[in-house]
Write a new protein. Sequence first.
Length: 373
Amino acid sequence: MRDPKSHRPAPPQTPSRAKARAETGTGTISIYFVRSVVDALRARGLAAEPLLREAGISPELLDVPQARVSPQHYSALWRRVIERLDDEFFGQDSRRMKSGSFALMVRSVVHCSTLRAGLDRASRFLAVYLDDVAVEVGEDGDEAQLVLRQCPATRPPLVFAHETLLVMVYGLACWLIGRRIPVLTADFAYARPPHSPEYPALFSSTMRFGQPRTQLRFDAALLDLPVVQSERTAKDFLRVAPENILLKYKNTQALSARLRRRLRQVLPNELPALEAMARELNIAPATLRRRLKAEGQTYQAIKDEIRRDLAITYLSATDKSIRDIALELGFLEPSAFHRAFRKWAHTSPGAYRLAGSGSGAATAASGGPIPRP
């Protein structure tokens, strides 16, 4: 996905290097996506551990189902695996999408006048690059669809292939017009996967699984918006891909995203109970629970995730003392934070920080429940 002119290996994403760019509250990436990228290496008999460590990810995390890593570490791994495989689609197609393919497509579509023309050109590029999956843009009245078609259609859907292509093309579309495209409905041609709670932030809080085809539905009027990018902005876009795609155009309108923003503002004070938050939002507690369930979330899980993500950021990318981190996360005593973090990450906060700064192999915490302080 990187610009073919800049294929030099990126420096390892150790906490010290990430420090200058770290932003609290940007979220973390499920270990599922790390495993999916690693599987592409192992399918070709290639060792994954060296690349994981270069990217600042402990290989032991692959065996922790609820583990998380920072977007910076995941992006570093993504780029290294692409360079190793010379395949920007991670072996998900019978034909390699050679390194530099995405950059060539981006540098071409920026010359289109509208989003409709840009997506049409992108789909034609992808038809040249890939044999087993295709992207189409359809219109039905006031609604447009970004559709993925797998060839042959009788083959079971490759979940990671659908996810990767959707993120790639949807992120490109948002960037072309300089704004997030609100997704009305996200349909997936496979059963709900265990990591589906990641989907509302990536696509939409309105999701349907087991559908005839994978597609994102959005307002057709957006297709007529002008492309606002250029060769100059394309260079910056490609330099930081895929991190910018994963983070910049996340779904900030989902209820769970709104709650995360509000709860981050509350810290370091005690996070409110569900009933209090429902009153603040002027909705019934049962309605709040139901809407979160539709997004694959619970209120307690959101509170836990906020502490988890901030702890990962603070420990791996700042010089804050562990005592200060504990207080900022709402723990009344550092000992309570130590107990929570050990249960959560199977190590102490100090050992976690030391492992990351000493070896560059940041051992991101698992996503287990955090005891309330």
